[in-house]
Design a protein around this ligand. Structure first.
Ligand code: SF4
Length: 351
């Protein structure tokens, strides 16, 4: 049996950190709990050289590696440049300090009026449902965010509901994280029921990577609380490469569409992963085939530890122009960047 490394403790058991006391894991939770968190185990599974291990261990200490096995199954054995692997394998480069890359690139830590809320867009508000993610992406702009102080645990979600009720300009609530779908269906159903009782809230949006990395997360219960009520359901998934969409993912995304959700995708432009127009075109076609429209192509948020993923703005514009030659307009995502303090994403003109 493989020895796993969970939160600093070696264990041969499945982790139960995502379960409430007495709760039985269903399929997606079992898969989540069985994620690979030890770089050495990952290198063994993928037949990769030990020379990658010292850097991986060093960077794992500042931002823990976590990869669900269905995502690993889509990687090519023996290829250390695999585009899925490169998104999640800790590398020695992450510990290099690079000028212009900071711990909180979007200054979010000064924009939460009450615990669990980020209110920086007009008419919309983010609720941080869960500090946990199913997968830890090495380029994540929130890799240093103090989730423990800013998620809706215990009673503080009622304070968040009271805040939303008091702000009648808010018509859309965005469940974010971490990954909001790392929370249980029963907890999310209660939250959505409370939001549905606030008349000025019309739309429920979820930003999630879970249907991509663990497609079993699209459960019947989820489709019920997300698509079966008064609020218009919008899901923005996060997928960076066509290889992330296998048959199971495609089926999960189709279920969401059939239940009535609008499903969009956002991609981060990442050096060595999708920074060529062929890869971006393949991704757009794979998404469309699964009923998903490409929405945003983000420039990297300049977070410390992710500088080796950076693609500069001029190169990004060239790529989008090439993509326009290869795809119909509805498959070309909007190139944007987030600017700290701005009320919305900043579009980047490409012509
Ligand atoms: S799933 Fe999203 S929030 Fe979680 S680590 Fe990846 S990019 Fe960050």
């Amino acid at each position: 049996m493989i020895t796993r490394y969970e939160d600093g403790v070696h264990t041969d058991k499945l982790s139960t950190r995502f379960l409430l006391p007495g709760e039985q894991p269903d399929d997606w939770k079992k898969v989540l709990a069985d994620s690979v968190t030890d770089p050495e185990v990952l290198l063994n599974i993928l037949n990769l050289p030990d020379t990658l291990l010292p850097g991986a261990i060093r960077s794992d200490k500042s931002f823990r590696m976590r990869i669900p096995r269905p995502f690993i199954d889509r990687m090519t054995r023996g290829d250390q440049h695999d585009p899925l692997l490169r998104q999640v394998l800790p590398l020695g480069e992450e510990s290099e300090e690079v000028s212009g890359f900071s711990l909180d690139p979007l200054a979010e830590q000064s924009q939460n009026p009450t615990e669990g809320i980020i209110h920086k867009y007009q008419g919309r508000l983010l609720l941080i449902i869960s500090g946990a993610c199913a997968i830890n992406c090495r380029f994540c702009f929130r890799r240093h965010f103090p989730y423990e102080d800013n998620r809706l645990g215990g009673d503080n979600w009622m304070q968040a509901i009271d805040y939303i009720r008091s702000q009648d300009s808010i018509h859309e609530v965005i469940l974010s994280g971490g990954d909001p779908l790392a929370a249980t269906d029963s907890r999310l159903a209660r939250m959505v029921e409370a939001l549905s009782d606030i008349p000025h809230v019309k739309t429920l949006r979820i930003h999630t990577r879970l249907p991509i990395v663990i497609p079993q997360r699209v459960t019947k219960e989820m489709l019920h609380w997300f698509c079966g009520g008064r609020l218009k359901p919008v899901m923005v998934i996060h997928c960076n490469h066509a290889n992330e969409i296998d048959e199971q993912v495609e089926q999960a995304l189709k279920k969401l569409r059939q239940a009535g959700a609008i499903v969009l995708n956002q991609t981060v432009l990442l050096k060595g992963i999708n920074d060529d127009s062929g890869s971006l075109a393949d991704l757009s076609h794979a998404l469309f085939n699964a009923g998903v429209l490409p929405y945003y192509l983000h420039l990297l948020d300049r977070v410390q530890g992710a500088a080796h993923f950076d693609v500069n703005e001029e190169r990004a514009k060239v790529l989008v122009n090439e993509l326009m030659q290869k795809c119909p307009g509805y498959l070309v995502p909007r190139l944007v960047r987030e600017v700290a303090g701005e009320a919305s994403k900043t579009p980047i003109p490409v012509n």
